[in-house]
Design a protein around this ligand. Structure first.
Ligand SMILES: [Zn+2]
Length: 234
């Protein structure tokens, strides 16, 4: 029998009786568990094993994958659940975790990032939901070894100045005004967006409460981060 803290990031019903739950856990990284007998699950685990639920989980070794034997909710993020914009941001977080993490490997920085971002997103105003996903994406990429180079040009290595810079997903950072933009995937990046990304990398999720971003800034960040994520994980 094992136990750990975790957040459910994917839920899938198998046949009539079983359910697969993908859980990001504190102690084992990402694990896929089987919960046997949906009626039983509903009686015992309902409300404790919903998507995004932060719970204490118990499981035993199964033949092919761990079998979930118990769950006790610590926080179910009810505000996040009742708001479409926040829910959409949480879904995006769950999706990128699923796509980018290969298997069970303990990673406390990813665990802390996920839990703290969910907590902040839960208590934040709905209008700022996208900011949380951008923050999460930037730092998840960093923890997975893909921190973008935002200080020096990835081609000539000179210090980045506030000029007509570009972001290159394949080169993993900024290309300055004077260097050739090879490939067609480079995107113009404003000095403001560079500043925000640097702030994301330097701060904790709680700092986002004080960080006000314009709609245009969010749109620019979304484009850059989605291309960067797609380059690595699709
Ligand atoms: Zn350059």
């Amino acid at each position: 029998m094992h136990q750990t803290l975790g957040v459910v990031i994917k839920k899938r019903d198998i046949g009539e009786a079983d359910r697969f739950l993908t859980i990001l856990t504190r102690d084992f990284g990402k694990i896929e568990t089987t919960a046997r007998g949906i009626r039983k699950i509903e009686a015992k685990l309902l409300g404790h094993s919903e998507l995004f639920c932060y719970s204490h989980f118990m499981f035993s070794d199964g033949r092919t994958r761990p079998v979930l034997t118990g769950a006790l909710a610590i926080e179910n993020f009810s505000s996040l659940r009742s708001n479409l914009e926040k829910l959409a941001a949480a879904f995006q977080m769950a999706e990128i975790l699923n796509d980018s993490i290969a298997g069970p490997r303990k990673d406390l920085s990813i665990w802390d990032l996920t839990l703290s971002t969910l907590k902040e997103l839960d208590s934040a105003p709905a209008s700022s939901a996208k900011k949380f996903f951008c923050f999460f994406q930037t730092n998840l990429l960093k923890h997975l070894g893909h921190q973008p180079e935002l200080w020096k040009c990835v081609v000539c290595r000179k210090k980045i100045k506030p000029e007509n810079n570009f972001f290159s997903p394949s080169k993993g950072g900024i290309i300055c005004e004077n260097c050739p933009k090879t490939g067609n995937k480079t995107i113009p990046i404003s000095a403001e967006a560079i500043k925000i990304l640097r702030t994301f990398l330097a701060k904790e999720a709680a700092f986002l409460r004080k960080l006000r971003l314009k709609k245009t800034e969010i749109e620019e960040l979304e484009l850059i981060l989605n291309r960067f994520t797609a380059y690595h994980f699709e």
